[in-house]
Write a protein that binds this ligand. Structure first.
Ligand code: CP
Length: 315
């Protein structure tokens, strides 16, 4: 594997999830693979889980890890080709990415969307330029439109905790005060559309995701109906795709509560974290027996380790 940017880079998602669970059982079975190999993690935005779980995964494989918070510690990057760099940018992404490729065997990149220009965000301009110019395998640490390491960890969690072969999985929109990217729900949707699951998306009117990611999913504006008999509930806020990046007033009643959980099949509640308590998810859910959010975050290590292992095996 040379690129992990979406579900389209994986031939068999169930085999990859199985490999992640094997690594969970035997974390140090492949320490030889990463000997004398270096992973560089480049962050343009904050991170707790992605940073620490990917570092841990690389260390389990015997790799060395370098982390660069490029937004704070690097030179200001120029992205436009042909730019006359007489303003605030100091280094062009062409040189920056190529130089990083000289120091690392694999590069991970996090680059969030601006949520102002949909065409620009959905072109994955920054992420694709890293891929183009660095010359080594690249792992997405969350790009403008997708978060595949999170989605793989989510699949691993569902495979691990499911009690039936074909569980009902509901992705439900949740309230928030800020405009958040569509990367997590886009990505979760495109992985779940390929998973062994009865997959439904519930959101208020005005929050339809791009059909590029949701093809094959059932979609409803009726949260109550969607939650009936659910085995897994994936809670997440996102801003509108059209009008792009907007947050509509209202919809506070979309927050999940114990009362709503009663209609489910004792559903396990997932969230990628970080989560705003009592806005996106209630205390009673997060502190109750149905929440598996910390377990899910723990699985980020094995998801990242499975992907890095495949990249090392291919190098
Ligand atoms: N879920 C997730 O990606 O968390 P971080 O933003 O903390 O990495």
């Amino acid at each position: 594997m040379k690129l992990f940017s979406s579900v389209h880079d994986v031939t068999d998602i169930n085999a990859l999830a199985k490999e992640a669970l094997e690594l969970k059982r035997n974390p140090y079975s492949h320490t030889h693979l990463g000997k004398n190999k270096t992973l560089a993690l480049v962050f343009m935005n904050p991170s707790l889980r992605t940073r620490m779980s990917t570092q841990k995964a690389a260390m389990n494989l015997g790799m060395n890890v370098m982390v660069l918070n490029i937004d704070k510690e690097g030179w200001a990057l120029e992205l436009k080709d042909g730019a006359v760099m007489n303003g605030t940018t100091v280094e062009h992404i062409r040189e920056a990415a190529a130089v990083m490729g000289e120091y690392a065997d694999i590069i991970g990149v996090r680059s969030f969307p601006g949520l102002k220009d949909r065409e620009l965000d959905y072109s994955e301009d920054i992420f694709n330029k890293f891929v183009k110019y660095c010359g080594v395998p690249v792992v997405s640490l969350e790009s403008a439109t997708r978060h595949p390491l999170q989605s793989l960890a989510d699949l691993v969690t569902i495979e691990e905790l499911k009690t039936k072969a074909y569980p009902k999985v509901v992705l439900t929109w949740a309230p928030h005060v800020k405009a958040l990217p569509q990367a997590v729900p886009n990505s979760f949707a495109e992985w779940m559309c390929r998973a062994d699951a009865d997959f439904i998306i519930a959101h208020p009117e005005g929050y339809a995701l791009s059909t590029e990611f949701t093809r094959g999913a059932a979609i409803t504006h009726n949260q109550e109906a969607a939650l009936a008999d659910a085995d897994f509930i994936y809670v997440k806020n996102w801003s509108a795709y059209e009008p792009y990046g907007k947050v509509m007033p209202g919809n506070e009643d979309w927050m999940l509560t114990n009362e709503k959980l009663r209609a489910t099949n004792n559903a396990k509640v997932m969230h990628c974290l970080p989560v705003r308590r009592n806005l996106e998810l209630s205390d009673e859910i997060l502190d109750g027996p149905n929440a598996v959010v910390v377990h899910e975050a723990g699985n980020r290590v094995w998801a990242a380790q499975a992907v890095l292992k495949r990249m090392l095996e291919g190098s």
